[in-house]
Write a protein that binds this ligand. Structure first.
Ligand code: SF4
Length: 341
């Protein structure tokens, strides 16, 4: 069965090859960039960001030398800024500690900050053809259906079971092609909804298809319990300037910019008095929502005009500069919809 699976997967790949933008030079830096950008993001959405980053930082040293603000400005709209921060720190590490040389083995790549088993396998196999199998959501879905394994990969031991199976299925010496083939098959053919079973060269050996379990395999993931957090967010405006500060705390949105923020569901008059802001009669937005991996954010936003406001933590930015400044996504969306006029 393993041999049939491998052969049919390669036959599928040859009929539907998908070119990756790093295909020409297989530069591990570019493969890494695309993998990081496409985590929790659809590939079509990640590609314009990839092109922008490679254009601006064609070499890892240039990314290392960039300011965090420059990188965040290019990242704007993609969210999950901690990925950008890890990318930046790792680029600095490779540039300063490894003379710009990307590590060449899975064992060394996985030691990099922010790089997990999936990304390390992808880089090691695509750039260096090391025999390591990728296991991402697409691969998990295909294996769960074809081999009839009704488990998620949320628990360590279940993930190990799938990883072992993926390793056994890997075609040695062709890890780059095999890994790409199974990922493409999962993303374009054996999709989460409406997989193309009617025209599938694996259906004869597919447990889910043969047993009418395509709709229930793999089982749904257990959702994490989300913690609700509430924020009141005020932009202080003086003529054409907006006062902002960079969030430095180890919390959500570290490194992004914000106005004056009170974290609470209810307005705390004392807080706003200490900020020397009179919020009486402010026109607040309704509660705006942003869902993060473990938190559900609720935010109300308002603008306050204040000619003489100043605060040591805040810096004035002209409104024309704001398009290059990275805000939390919920705030960016509000700015896009309302502006500051
Ligand atoms: S038959 Fe359907 S479920 Fe099975 S591998 Fe093919 S597309 Fe996926």
């Amino acid at each position: 069965m393993f041999k049939t699976f491998q052969d049919n997967l390669l036959a599928f790949y040859q009929s539907f090859p998908i070119e990756k933008p790093w295909q020409a030079d297989r530069d591990p830096y570019k493969i890494w960039l695309l993998e990081v950008l496409s985590q929790q993001t659809r590939m079509e959405q990640a590609l314009p960001y990839y092109r922008r980053l490679v254009d601006r930082f064609p070499k890892i040293e240039l990314l290392a030398d960039a300011s965090e603000d420059d990188l965040f400005a290019l990242w704007k709209g993609l969210g999950y800024y901690s990925r950008a921060r890890n990318l930046h720190n790792t680029a600095k590490y490779i540039t300063s500690e490894r003379e710009g040389q990307f590590p060449r083995t899975y064992a060394d790549i996985i030691k990099l900050n922010g790089v997990g088993p999936y990304t390390a396998s992808a880089i090691a196999s695509f750039a260096f053809r090391e025999d390591v199998a990728v296991l991402d959501g697409n691969v998990h879905r295909v294996l769960s259906r074809v081999f009839g394994i009704a488990k998620t990969i949320q628990r360590g031991q279940d993930k190990d079971e799938f990883q072992n199976l993926a390793n056994k299925l890997l075609i040695k010496g062709q890890s780059d092609i095999y890994n790409q083939a199974i990922m493409n098959f999962g993303s374009t053919h054996c999709k989460p909804q409406n997989p193309n079973c009617g025209d599938c060269n694996i259906s004869e050996i597919c447990y889910a298809y043969q047993n009418e379990k395509v709709g229930v395999l793999p089982p749904p993931k257990l959702r994490p319990i989300l913690r609700d957090r509430y924020f009141h967010f005020v932009f202080v405006k003086s003529k054409d300037n907006i006062y902002l500060r960079k969030r430095m705390e180890k919390d959500i949105w570290q490194g992004l910019y914000e106005g004056v923020v009170q974290e609470n569901k209810d307005l705390d008059v004392d807080f706003w008095q200490t900020q020397k802001l009179d919020i009486a009669g402010l026109l607040w937005s309704p509660w705006l929502k942003q869902v993060l991996s473990h938190q559900r954010i609720w935010m109300k936003i308002a603008i306050i005009e204040s000619e003489n406001w100043s605060s040591t933590n805040f810096q004035a930015f002209h409104t024309s500069e704001l398009k290059n400044i990275a805000f939390p996504r919920v705030v960016s969306k509000w700015i896009e919809a309302h502006g500051f006029d």
